[in-house]
Design a protein around this ligand. Structure first.
Ligand SMILES: [Zn+2]
Length: 300
């Protein structure tokens, strides 16, 4: 049973944007309790959905998405090479896959809304060698795309305390903001405007909830912030003008143990932000929808 949550439920008739989800995505068929991809899309649009942004993480998810968005309205996509892709693609396939991705970035330049998700994940990469590989690949992506004038969607996950690399216990990547700091340095080196960068599923550390918006970055609040206090806490001090809403579906869930999420649940992000910012859901909806439209330069 989900633990009791004292936050008001999302109201009816909210306008919603999901700035980051994975629809479609290769889900395990066994025990798949989710509605079909088409149904999830229709449910979203029939219940206040203004726009939905679906995110690829490699070439095969890009192909799924390209097929899915064909002929559909109010849906766009981002082209990603996730840090998990860097870490988990078998060595024997990596170079060929990467080459294909570089081609895809050129081919679909007019179609994608942003580059992402890309970033650093020091939870999945636990050794210095794997972390350095993610850094190298991330720099290659910025080098390749910095002239595109497209926004970026970042996936940043710092190493937890128990995830320090035992062979290099003193290395800065083990720090609680090791990945965050590294990304900020890279962004600076490539001279990318923070106004064009979104931190998807922003997870802290706490002080960055204040620091990043001050520098012009956009932070995305996941629907699971409804049920998880920590994810409300990190953006509690952030101004509404810096916030957008996402589900990261089918990953996560507003209050159950995921991954069983759908884009319509993005209304729970709004409920979470309204609660943490002590304001109305209508106000949060109005501002976050505007922020999302501006960030992705959506044509509606
Ligand atoms: Zn994601």
């Amino acid at each position: 049973m989900p633990k009791k949550i004292n936050i008001p439920e999302p109201e009816e008739n909210l306008k919603i944007v999901d700035v980051h989800c994975h629809l479609p995505f290769p889900r395990p068929k066994k025990n798949d309790r989710l509605p079909s991809d088409e149904q999830q899309y229709r449910d979203f649009l029939n219940n206040g959905g203004v726009y939905l942004v679906t995110s690829s993480i490699n070439n095969s998810t890009l192909e799924l998405i390209l097929n899915f968005v064909k002929g559909k309205e109010k849906i766009g996509f981002t082209i990603g090479w996730a840090p998990q892709t860097v870490t988990f693609t078998p060595k024997s396939l990596y170079n060929r896959d990467w080459k294909d991705w570089v081609e895809n970035v050129q081919i679909y330049q007019e179609k994608f809304l942003a580059i992402g998700e890309i970033g650093l994940d020091f939870h999945h990469a636990k050794t210095l060698e794997k972390r350095e590989k993610q850094v190298t690949e991330l720099k290659k992506i910025f080098e390749l795309t910095k002239e595109f004038n497209k926004p970026y969607v970042l996936h940043v996950r710092n190493a937890a305390e128990h995830e320090f690399d035992r062979d290099h216990p003193k290395h800065r990547y083990n720090e609680r903001d090791g990945a965050t700091k590294e990304i900020l340095n890279i962004v600076k080196d490539f001279n990318i405007n923070p106004k064009h960068i979104m931190w998807h599923c922003f997870s802290g550390p706490d002080e960055y909830g204040i620091l990043l918006p001050k520098q012009g970055y956009t932070l995305s609040v996941p629907s699971s912030a409804y049920g998880i206090n920590k994810w409300r806490r990190v953006t509690k001090p952030s101004p509404l003008s810096a916030l957008v809403t996402e589900t990261d579906s089918y990953y996560q869930h507003p209050y159950l143990r995921g991954p069983i999420n759908v884009p319509l649940n993005v209304k729970y992000s709004i409920a979470a932000i309204a609660y943490s910012h002590n304001t109305s859901q209508q106000e949060v909806s109005k501002i976050t929808v505007e922020n999302a439209i501006n960030f992705y330069a959506l044509k509606l």
